[in-house]
Design a protein. Structure first.
Length: 597
């Protein structure tokens, strides 16, 4: 752009530039406390209704007591519906197969995020010279007709994207717009008319802790750092920064461990570290990459425990395909741990085996250990796994004390197992569907994650430091459809594990297909380390009660850390505390003490 220096205009204000965009879905004019994908919900409800009607018609067709006009009408309407629903099913499965969001509305939002971030990058770059924000250039642009035209054109493009947006409330796009608002302050070097300064640190009374010049300097660094790494879109940036690979510790897959898409990783004790003769079996959730245990140097449970001499084995569920669609929780919660623990015992016949499990991995591990205890005691053998460390692992699901009432209401309202099987029966539940449910029970999480990332960006190392976690967070794994239906119906809604009605297979006919006796964990001498967070909406503290209920409990629903008993630790933390070096160090100190006791 050629700058016009011959004619001056009054200096633009950030309010004038922002007013060009006008009010849009990115502004949360409804003052909602979370993101609401209203278009997706509306269309999803219509599709759910169509599939529900088709299911009713099919049930009528199978009713041999109906003949004549009713049966003919049902068959005709069912055939007609097939012509509508088959393309919907095909589109959903093709999207999942291509690793895209099967929700076309949400897919458009993904394009908007990318386009908005590119605009932020190019507009910021116009004011960057030799890595620094050029204040003189910004001042010239704000006071010339061509400069004004340039800025107005950009505001128009931002506005077009915002008006295309399909969500409302505390959204990811709203967080991105906060960064745009910050950029406008830096360009014009003026606060908004109401005194608002994005990303300003304030005291309890809302007054800025820094002078305006200090504010500008801090936010110059913020934009310079984000521009240097092109980190305006958290998903795209994390993929580029990590190269699609996360995890900092070397491992090998155990030979002969492949069962369907599931494999067992072995992290051997490192050179020059003396093995302590103990093995840890890490049970991971079905919906996340296992690298949460091993995100990055100094943010790795695996790394820390290897330094203590533990041999580590970790379950890697891989990316389930069509052959895994019929696999249920019996496979993932019994067949897999049986096979892998036997492999480990053959490789380390004289070593003690401990368990460490995160979230769903721990939920499924508890009935497994109880069934294992039943089988071994019946065979007159001692229980061979006597210590299990749980991280944010819920086992109680009710509408009262557990804290799971919101998600149980959501499931009852929206979850349709028939629809899940019809749409995803050949490709499994995509991570975007799981993510949508998680967002419902974490108010504003889409907004807070992005805003928090931008908020820390005045320190360049904070951007790089966040990349592995952001990659893990934005790229879940598919959930085998049959196992997912069983997880929702039997565990979340049925509360079968806590109620003592959860069934597992067994090689012993006495137990095969029968409810697991959770109380046998105490007779077997199993000790539970139960680590949970009071700010955890996914696994609320009231649902993480394994240590208070089973095994060597100390009695009563109170924290206890006595020797030879369970250890129940509740901290003021959220669900994914391992991304904090401080919180991770606290956890590791406690869990190591538990293992060594």
């Amino acid at each position: 752009m050629t700058e016009d220096k011959s004619v001056a205009i009054s200096k633009l204000t950030p309010d004038e530039l922002l007013n060009i965009i006008g009010l849009t879905p990115a502004d949360n004019i409804q003052s909602l406390d979370t993101a609401v994908p209203w278009k997706s919900k509306m269309i999803g409800g219509q599709i759910r209704g169509l599939f529900g009607y088709q299911r009713m018609l099919k049930s009528i067709g199978k009713d041999i007591s109906l003949f004549g006009p009713w049966a003919i009408a049902a068959a005709w309407q069912s055939t007609l519906l097939d012509t509508v629903l088959e393309p919907i099913k095909a589109a959903a499965r093709l999207a999942v197969g291509a690793s895209r969001n099967p929700d076309a509305i949400a897919d458009v939002n993904g394009w908007i995020y990318k386009s908005y971030s590119r605009l932020l990058y190019t507009m910021t770059g116009f004011f960057i010279a030799d890595g620094k924000f050029d204040r003189e250039k910004a001042a010239r642009i704000c006071t010339t007709p061509k400069g004004k035209e340039f800025l107005e054109n950009y505001m128009g493009e931002f506005g077009e994207l915002e008006r295309l947006y399909n969500n409302i409330g505390l959204t990811r796009l709203k967080a991105m717009k906060e960064l745009l608002k910050c950029l406008l302050v830096l360009i014009t070097e003026q606060p908004y008319a109401d005194g608002y300064l994005p990303f300003a640190t304030t005291d309890s009374g809302g007054k800025s802790r820094r002078s305006f010049e200090e504010y500008l300097a801090e936010n110059h660094r913020r934009l310079e750092n984000l521009y240097a790494q092109n980190a305006f879109d958290i998903k795209e940036y994390s993929e580029r920064a990590t190269g699609g690979i996360i995890g900092c510790s070397d491992f090998e897959y155990v030979e002969g461990s492949l069962l369907h898409r599931v494999r067992l990783r072995h992290y051997p004790v490192r050179n020059r570290i003396r093995p302590n003769g103990k093995v840890i079996y890490m049970a991971t959730p079905l919906i996340n990459k296992p690298e949460l245990f091993d995100l990055a140097p100094d943010k790795s449970v695996v790394e820390a425990l290897l330094k203590k001499g533990y041999e580590i084995y970790m379950v890697d569920h891989g990316d389930p395909g069509w052959e895994e669609t019929e696999l249920g929780l019996d496979f993932y919660g019994k067949t897999i741990p049986d096979f892998y623990i036997d492999l480990i015992k053959k490789r380390h016949p004289d070593s003690e085996i401990y368990v460490m499990a995160y979230c769903m991995g721990g939920t499924l591990m508890m009935p497994y250990l109880a069934r294992r205890a039943e089988e071994r005691i019946a065979a007159r053998k001692k229980m061979d796994i006597k210590k299990v460390a749980l991280m944010a692992s819920p086992v109680k699901f009710d509408d009262e004390e557990s804290g799971h009432a919101p998600i149980r209401r959501l499931i009852r309202r929206d979850y349709d197992p028939y629809l899940m099987k019809e749409l995803f029966g050949a490709v499994n539940i995509p991570p975007q569907v799981i993510e949508a449910g998680m967002n419902e029970i974490q108010p504003g999480v889409q907004y807070t994650v992005v805003l928090g990332f931008y908020g820390r960006a005045q320190q360049r190392e904070a951007i790089t430091d966040a990349a592995p976690f952001l990659y893990w967070l934005t790229r879940g794994t598919k959930f085998p459809v049959t196992a997912h239906v069983q997880w929702i119906q039997n565990v979340f809604i049925g509360n079968q594990i806590y109620e003592g009605t959860y069934c597992l297979p067994s090689t012993n006919p006495k137990f095969d297909g029968r409810p697991v006796n959770m109380n046998i964990l105490k007779k077997a001498g199993v000790r539970i380390f139960d680590y949970k967070g009071s700010r955890d909406p996914i696994a609320p503290a009231g649902s993480c009660v394994a240590g208070e209920t089973w095994g060597m409990a100390g009695g009563g629903n109170v924290p206890f850390t006595s020797g030879q008993l369970n250890r129940v630790i509740e901290k003021n933390i959220g669900h994914i505390f391992v991304v904090s070096r401080k919180l991770l160090a606290q956890y590791l100190e406690m869990v190591e003490d538990f293992y060594e006791d």
